[in-house]
Ligand binder design. Sequence first.
Ligand code: NG1
Ligand code: ZN
Length: 532
Amino acid sequence: MTSQIVEASSRHPKPDRVFSYGTAGFRMKAVLLDAIIFRVGLLAALRSQKLNGKTIGVMITASHNVPEDNGVKLIDPMGEMLEESWEAHAATLANAATDEDVLAIYSHLIVSLKINPSVPARVIFARDTRESGPALVASLVDALTAVGADFTDHGLLTTPQLHYFVRCINTQNPPHTEAYGVATEQGYYEKIGNAYKKLMQGKPKQGTVTVDCANGIGAPKLKGLADFIGKDTLDIKIINDSVDVYSKLNYQCGADFVKTQQRLPPASQVASLARCASLDGDADRIVYYFNDADGIFHLLDGDKIATLAASFITDLVKAVGLADFRIGVIQSAYANGSSTGYITKTLSLPVVCTPTGVKHLHHAATKFDCGVYFEANGHGTVLFSHSAHQIIKSHLPESPAQATALENLRALVDLINETVGDALSDLLLVEVILAHKGWGPKEWDSTYTDLPNRLVRVEVKDRTVFKTTDAERRLLEPTGVQEKIDGLVGKYKQGRSFARASGTEDAVRVYSEAAERGEAEELARLVADIVA
Ligand code: NG1
Ligand code: ZN
């Protein structure tokens, strides 16, 4: 096998660059990715062998990035992101200078990680709709073949669908008593779609929701889900579904466009107060929005989705009669201060702030019976702990009202993709909650008013000198910078601002908020001047 690895590796020459496995895996111009994908294939097989033949997922996508980019991420057995300590192994392998070095590092990992090479490796993979996808899949297959791994190509899937597949496969056998679901697209549509239908029983139709699919993989998959559910319970209009025109992916559309531009995607023609949503290129993010009667745009971002979900689950758990059930909301520093105030003061729920990146939020969410986590940009989900699952499954209701609430809570657990933020599942979650509350987007939006805020990207010489603490809300280094920021922030009513190095781009991001729009913008500008 060793000569096969060297030989196969030689077909995938590495560009003269240094690569790192960041919060989004490896992501860059697709033309640079061939060797990386090959090496990720080797690592996926090792990861599976290390975990005694559990199935590992490999997703080829660059999410909301431009069409010329692509990327790759590994998925661990329960559908979660790759364990952090293995990110370094991914980087070491990706940066090996020669084909012989690739083999040497691969062999060294077997020894240092105490991997039994005779364990069969199992890997499944999928890709988004990018033009570069098929060639990158071929590189991955080359690696998996060279090491004799057992693999399945699932073709085109959304990122969360592949996470779901991985978890389904790995929970099919003991010690698991029940599989997470059936590891097919149909199985995914049935699990989520049936839960949605159950929750919508007896609820009036809410009017059309217009969903912008960013001209990406979300379009055909949302159609599949909507067809399964049927028009009686889901009134949906899909726009930006041109997956065959590669250049249209994420162009003038998608969750990132709407969030950063604060306006409708140009292709969207909707009446005032109509519900709209946008997915990103691999359908793991979603934001809602609407134009009011005066034509003013209102964004219902990840914070608004988290607060909506947390309030609904709190009421449902009470209606079921579950005592001592701990619900918490997890946010990053980018969450709007008003949302944090609303959760703690109005919903009376605890809030935990973690560093940016869903893996941090996800981890913190596991500490609650029910942890609701969303990044402001719309990436998030809801987690139920193992014991919460058991309680919800075995609880005996004491009244017809409790019985109905319990059925709804059980359906809600099925509706949610707990492995990772899933735009399709989150879309239906929001639709269900709005139907239960009898709310349109305006009523939802009026729960609290976002503080005016500004996010700016600052080019710096070396972003690695920016070291943070307190969930990235304060700078430890360069020395003296935080004191200057503090001095400024104190001058603004409800002022808050922080600076941190981006994990995905070569820049520092400055966020600010304040009571007035002009003040938030001024504060961002002044803090940007300090770090520049
Ligand atoms: P960085 O580039 O580290 O700020 C961005 C997003 C994160 C997360 C990651 C992964 C903002 C401010 N940052 O991280 O929330 O989604 O990308 O894609 O939106
Ligand atoms: Zn994405």
